[in-house]
Design a protein around this ligand. Structure first.
Ligand code: MUC
Ligand code: MG
Length: 387
């Protein structure tokens, strides 16, 4: 019998994009006015391509990987190891990368997404199908209120509810005093009433003592959930907070892959997992985090690193296959950016985000936008070519 030749990984291109945000996004550790995304294009020997994204938040202020470090880890260590290998064996690639490169989960994620995307496109199926099939066509999607001003946040919330875009709001707190933050949350909850769910993300800014006061005040104000109130490694503090108050406690920064997920479950350190593809180390590792959370009976939430439409499409493929996402998702990253880099933007309507259809992750890049936002001179190249 004639055997078709194995498709190989031929080339891996990385690029950094700097895209302005629609307004300042004020987090406890940084104010974002630009989102910096790292994109990967993997080219295969049969002419097919796969695209991926590995993006973080606020330079090095959120986590241990920077955009520049992500690009460098891929260019220097991950790409050379993968060139020439079987394109269709994504598990083999994951195992090899894990053996050769410790940590660097976001860098691994970018490449892994591109490999799944390429495989899906070659087979003519979505990545959700590669993960067993979608059980959701759309998912609830939260919006983050983080203008830094209560009045602006209230106006934004009302507009989102009226236009039926979002009725779940995550408020970024932890920059001001606990008392000021609780008052800010209470004002917003009072303004939206029962029309919306209000939650907060402290991004690790509180001590255990702060958090005790904070959680009491937040639950009295009608806030439903608090995300990562204390530093990631404070599992005992998280466990005390999770058992001591009615308000749900969600782990985010504490969850870097399945091993952390197991440790958080073992320590009873959360009621809910914010599952982030990038923080988990890719779609497969994120699916393992989901499995551990599910097996432990925790609530699940589809988290974001504020990726562009590319990384968001990839995450949606996985979350579409997840049985219970009882806290919905926050996959609104593309909406925070002044411009969408996809040829066909993701659809947001009726308080939900729709799972992109089509092969692979269901996304294609807009080449003009990529050329414009590339940090490495895309603007100049485009200007010269257009003359
Ligand atoms: C985080 O810490 O969860 C997600 C939404 C948002 O506004 O910021 C992120 C990061
Ligand atoms: Mg968070």
């Amino acid at each position: 019998m004639w055997n078709s030749p194995v498709t190989k990984i031929d080339q891996i291109e990385t690029m950094i994009l700097d895209i302005p945000t629609i307004r300042g996004h004020v987090l406890s550790m940084a104010t974002m006015r630009t989102q910096t995304a790292v994109l990967v294009v993997v080219r295969f020997s049969d002419g097919s391509e796969g695209i991926g994204e590995g993006t973080t938040i606020g330079g090095l202020s959120y986590g241990p990987e920077s955009p520049e470090g992500i690009k460098s880890a891929i260019d220097t260590y991950i790409a050379p190891a993968l060139i020439g290998r079987d394109a269709d064996n994504v598990n083999g690639a994951i195992q090899l990368i894990d053996k050769l490169v410790k940590a660097n989960r976001i860098a691994k994620t970018a490449v892994e997404i591109a490999l799944w995307d390429g495989l899906g496109k070659r087979l003519g199926v979505s990545v959700a199908q590669l993960f067993g099939g979608a059980v959701h066509a759309r998912l609830p999607v939260a919006w983050t209120l983080a203008s830094g001003n209560s009045e602006t946040d209230i106006a934004e919330a009302h507009q989102m509810i009226e236009t039926r875009r979002h009725n779940i709001f995550k408020l970024k707190i932890g920059k001001r005093s606990v008392r000021e933050d609780v008052a800010h949350v209470a004002r917003i909850k009072q303004a939206v009433g029962d029309a919306a769910s209000v939650r907060v993300d402290v991004n690790t800014a509180w001590s255990l003592q702060d958090a005790r006061w904070g959680l009491k005040g937040l639950q009295d104000a009608g806030c439903e959930l608090v995300e990562q109130p204390v530093p990631a490694r404070y599992r005992r503090a998280m466990a005390e907070l999770a058992s001591g108050y009615e308000i749900a406690v969600m782990a985010d920064e504490a969850l870097n892959g399945p091993e952390d997920a197991l440790a958080v479950v073992t320590a009873n350190a959360a009621d809910v997992f914010a599952v982030k593809v990038a923080q988990s180390g890719g779609l497969k590792r994120a699916s393992e985090v989901v499995a551990i959370g599910q097996a432990a009976g925790l609530g699940l939430y589809g988290g974001t690193m504020l990726e562009t439409g590319l990384g968001t499409s990839a995450a949606l493929q996985l979350f579409a296959t997840t049985e219970h996402l009882s806290w919905g998702t926050e996959l609104f990253g593309p909406l925070l950016l002044t411009e969408d880099i996809l040829a066909e933007p993701i659809t947001y309507r009726d308080f939900c985000v729709e799972i992109p259809t089509g092969a692979g992750i269901g996304a294609a890049l807009d080449p003009d936008k990529i050329a414009f936002f590339r940090r490495d001179g895309g603007r100049t190249i485009q200007a010269v070519a257009g003359e």
